[in-house]
Design a protein around this ligand. Structure first.
Ligand SMILES: Cc1cc2nc3c(=O)[nH]c(=O)nc-3n(C[C@H](O)[C@H](O)[C@H](O)COP(=O)(O)O)c2cc1C
Length: 162
């Protein structure tokens, strides 16, 4: 891991699609460019190929629970590039459905995050990671629930309003 932050412009959208298990089936050119892997290296690989160790596991747990329930989720995510650098995104993840409503896979569209929001997200993720190290995901889920209860918002309301 290094401190080389890969930045991207406001109008760029990073897109990837996965199958039902989270294996990458599509990545747009902007996504390929920022992660530094070739399309060939990405297609068929589990999406955790770009997982960054600063991400609390509970966020991905919530992500999977939400999209498998048929709902969309918005989340701040730090990702790891091939060169061990990183980039932050504001991701929207949702099921890709056919005309009968059958889930074919999932897709994520990512925008540049608000700088101000990251000032809130970074310490929160640090706190959740530390709790996970000691008490696992049960601990980080409870901690996140307590934080959201104190604010009186759902996770989605929280990320959309910071
Ligand atoms: C459409 C879609 C996009 C995803 N995008 C990312 C991503 O950009 N970065 C990431 O670390 N995980 C992403 N995930 C979540 C991964 O599938 C995985 O849950 C996560 O990397 C944690 O990996 P682990 O369960 O092996 O710890 C995505 C999942 C889906 C369905």
């Amino acid at each position: 891991m290094n401190s080389n932050e890969h930045k991207f412009a406001d109008d760029i959208i990073l897109v990837s699609k996965t199958d039902l298990k989270g294996k990458i089936t599509y990545a747009n050119q902007e996504f390929i460019k920022i992660v530094g892997y070739s399309e060939k290296e990405l297609i068929g690989k589990p999406h955790n190929i770009i997982r960054h160790p600063d991400m609390p596991r509970i966020v991905f747990k919530l992500l999977w629970e939400t999209i498998q329930d048929g709902h969309e989720i918005n989340a701040y995510v730090i990702n790891k590039c091939k060169d061990e650098g990183f980039y932050w995104v504001f991701a929207n993840v949702v099921a890709s459905v056919d005309i009968h409503g059958k889930t074919l896979g999932y897709h994520s569209t990512r925008h540049k995050p608000k700088e101000g929001a990251l000032e809130i997200i970074k310490p929160l993720y640090k706190q959740l990671l530390a709790i996970e190290k000691n008490s696992g995901m049960d601990g980080s889920r409870k901690a996140l629930e307590n934080i959201l209860n104190d604010k009186g918002v759902s996770y989605d309301e929280f990320v959309l309003t910071i």
